[in-house]
Design a protein around this ligand. Structure first.
Ligand SMILES: O=C(O)[C@@H]1C=C(O)[C@@H](O)[C@H](O)C1
Length: 152
């Protein structure tokens, strides 16, 4: 519950991830966005953390969500979708809020088209998890939980 005093992790998903489950299942699997968000919430709960999830196809809405996290979250898990490869605005938003961020990709972007090999976000992220399927969201939450715990 909000204001419960527990740490909150924001899980952000970008464009086309609302179609998870039916979008190129050979690449992205058959789990839906709801499945991904539930996995993140369950992982957070196992570490005593709340997880807030948001998905948007709009770059500016994702920027706004990152800004909003500054005062309410202890970390951000971000799969920015294609904006990973194009968005200086999202990079600057991550830098601006000074929260630990983990970049997640369901697919191994380095084994795909050349244009997916560069990320504007990796340079401002604590960690990058790519190719582990939706388990990447679990790993990202676990990693941020560990950072939060060890900070006392
Ligand atoms: O693997 C993923 O989750 C990422 C998701 C997308 O929508 C692509 O544009 C990225 O290039 C890869």
């Amino acid at each position: 519950p909000a204001g419960s005093g527990r740490g909150t992790i924001l899980v952000l998903n970008g464009p086309n991830l609302n179609l998870l489950g039916t979008r190129e299942p050979e690449k992205y699997g058959t789990a839906t966005l709801a499945d991904v968000e539930q996995l993140a919430k369950d992982t957070g709960a196992a570490h005593g953390l709340d997880v807030e999830c948001f998905q948007s196809n709009h770059e500016g809405a994702l920027v706004d969500a990152i800004h909003a996290a500054r005062d309410k979250a202890i970390g951000i898990v971000l799969n920015a979708g294609a904006y990973t490869h194009t968005s200086i605005a999202l990079r600057d938003a991550i830098s601006a809020v000074q929260l630990p961020a983990v970049e997640v990709h369901i697919t191994n972007v380095h084994a795909r088209e050349e244009f997916r090999h560069h990320s504007y976000l990796a340079g401002v992220s604590k960690a990058v998890i790519a190719g582990a399927g939706i388990m990447g969201y679990r790993f990202a939450v676990e990693y941020l939980a560990g950072l939060h715990t060890h900070q006392g």
